[in-house]
Design a protein around this ligand. Structure first.
Ligand SMILES: [Zn+2]
Length: 171
């Protein structure tokens, strides 16, 4: 009997759920199942557009968070290793003062992703402006900003799993 697919993006989800995912993989229906649930793509291609998009969500749902200096698509970001994105405070010395700047980096993979997943990852990164760790308070904040957050994160993990199993054909 072949070893079951390890499903690294779905670590921690209940075994019976993973069993259903393996069935979708085995029948070749994982990607279509996810994209059918999230058919709409976004058109946020440039960093300027991404910056505006992030700030729009921030000002409507998390007004009190500190301002963001920079938003970027980052081709070097590895989703799995960096737990769905990174958020960081870059310290820069300016004269004798140390200035902190908030930056949000989104893996370039999200540039060609369903709109729901870009929104989910932006909510995730915005929540990190207030909560550093992936703990209860962090996820409560995510769900406050996006009521469907948990379903979206699960579906994103399914999508990432599908991408990894069947990489896009080179153009
Ligand atoms: Zn995170």
């Amino acid at each position: 009997m072949p070893a079951a697919h390890p499903l690294p993006y779905l670590h921690g989800y209940p075994p019976e759920l993973l069993e259903q995912v393996r069935e979708l993989i085995d029948s070749g229906r994982l990607l279509q199942t996810v994209t059918r649930r999230h058919p709409e793509m976004h058109d946020i291609r440039t960093e300027r557009a991404l910056y505006d998009y992030v700030n729009e969500i921030k000002s409507s749902r998390m007004r009190s968070a500190p301002p963001i200096a920079k938003v970027a698509y980052d081709p070097k970001l590895h989703i799995l290793k960096n737990a769905l994105g990174t958020h960081c405070t870059v310290s820069r010395v300016q004269g004798s003062r140390l200035k902190s700047k908030r930056e949000i980096r989104i893996a370039t993979l999200f540039r060609e992703a369903p709109a729901d997943f870009l929104r989910m990852i932006v909510v995730h990164e915005l929540a990190h402006l207030k909560e550093r760790d992936h703990d209860k308070a962090f996820y409560a904040l995510c769900a406050h900003m996006e009521p469907d957050y948990h379903q979206l994160e699960f579906d994103l993990r399914l999508w990432l799993t599908a991408q990894e199993l069947a990489p896009a054909e080179p153009a």
